[in-house]
Design a protein around this ligand. Structure first.
Ligand code: SOE
Length: 384
């Protein structure tokens, strides 16, 4: 694994727990973790259960006792690490968004295809059992023709103007702000549940234009004593409208300025025969409405998706004994292990990463041009 902070913790925990719940033909072994700060990476290796550590990620790529490289570093490093890993024949799991630009995402995709390695991108939320169950309902036609998806991803961790300029707020490190960091998850959810995007139009805003320089690279609860200010060059909030290829309409909002909302990843989908609603902060539950319910009993029912027949749920606890955020990663990595043993790249993979990046780029272009942008126009290579 390259990196070891927030996502490093989530990923290494998932690899450790996976064999406890799932029987896979191949099992993850936490062989080595890389980070530049020797003291930090050594401590992380001990705490997270890695056998060894390296202070240069290139050493991981050279080692022949490593088959899979997991990239949990800031976005500007994904492309270089992933391409080197693919060229060395290593399988890859990469955090989202795939890259800073569509061009880099394409280079990463070309490298994994050329070298025939297994690849996935870590859109973990689609692995909540409630979401997998929602997908099943939609595939079975239980919601009928889909008319609407309205999705919000609401956070509030940078509302204090004194919150420092951490890496997630610097364009050259992160690509974009709320758009690439959290709307990317809603876009993945939409592609998974509703379908491909045809065209988009958006707006983006940066409410706090400069912030104190960060003391260190900094996570979601960073503090800074600095009085030196730095320009913020990414969006604090983004909103966009979508026309899906299947005719559905989408309304999306992603913001880090929605006070009181810590990780409000939510959506509602309405179809001709029914509707569903989901809220990450109540992630075990799926609210479902069926138009053909008998009169007097019409309305949303609240299903706790912990029964045997809810995807992935049977591996955990008896019905009603709920699971959490970390299990979305375990479920994703179970698919990754299957992919490694079968030589396939389960979805979401780098192809999904490119599709997602095309949409992010189209939204940014629509903001610049103040109009609608056809997503396919962004495509660099046909048939990917
Ligand atoms: C911060 O906005 C963050 O940690 C994102 O980077 C993650 O992708 C999201 O899952 C939770 O919030």
């Amino acid at each position: 694994m390259v990196g070891y902070k927030f996502m490093g913790k989530a990923h290494s925990h998932a690899y450790r727990d996976l064999p406890f719940y799932f029987d896979c033909d191949v099992e993850p072994v936490l062989q080595a973790v890389a980070g530049r700060d020797e003291e930090g990476v050594k401590e992380a290796a001990e705490k997270m259960g890695f056998a060894t550590y390296e202070t240069d990620w290139r050493r991981l790529i050279e080692r022949d006792d490593i088959d899979l490289i997991d990239i949990v570093t800031p976005n500007n490093t994904h492309a270089e690490i992933a391409i080197a890993a693919a060229e060395a024949g290593k399988h890859i799991l990469c955090e989202k968004p795939l890259a800073l630009t569509l061009e880099d995402a394409q280079r990463m995709y070309n490298a994994v295809k050329k070298n025939n390695v297994v690849h996935m991108i870590c859109h973990n939320y689609r692995f909540a059992p409630a979401i997998q169950f929602a997908k099943k309902l939609i595939q079975e036609g239980r919601l009928g023709k889909i008319y609407h998806m309205r999705a919000t991803y609401l956070q509030d961790w940078i509302m204090d103007p004194q919150f420092p300029s951490v890496w997630r707020l610097k364009k050259e490190v992160t690509g974009s702000g709320a758009l690439g960091d959290i709307a990317a998850h809603s876009i993945d959810m939409a592609r998974f549940l509703v379908g491909e995007f045809e065209e988009v139009t958006g707006m983006m805003e940066t409410f706090i234009k400069e912030r104190p320089v960060a003391d260190s690279s900094g996570g979601l609860s960073a503090k800074s004593a600095s009085t030196v200010m730095e320009e913020v060059d990414v969006d604090d909030a983004s909103a966009f409208l979508v026309r899906f290829e299947n005719g559905a309409m989408g309304v999306f909002e992603a913001t880090r300025f929605a006070g009181g909302n810590r990780n409000g990843n939510r959506f509602e989908i309405n179809g001709s025969k029914g509707s569903i609603r989901w809220d990450m902060e109540q992630m075990n539950n799926l609210e479902v409405y069926f138009a053909d319910d008998e009169d007097g009993l019409q309305g949303f029912r609240n299903i706790t998706c912990t029964e045997e027949h809810h995807p992935f749920a049977g591996a955990y606890w008896p019905a009603g004994h709920i699971i959490g955020y970390e299990h979305t990663f375990i479920n994703l990595m179970t698919e990754l292990m299957k992919g490694v043993s079968e030589g396939t790249s389960p979805s979401p993979n780098f192809e999904d990463g490119i599709r997602n990046q095309e949409i992010l780029a189209a939204i940014e272009k629509s903001v610049e041009t103040r109009g609608w942008v056809n997503v396919k126009q962004m495509r660099l290579v046909e048939n990917v």
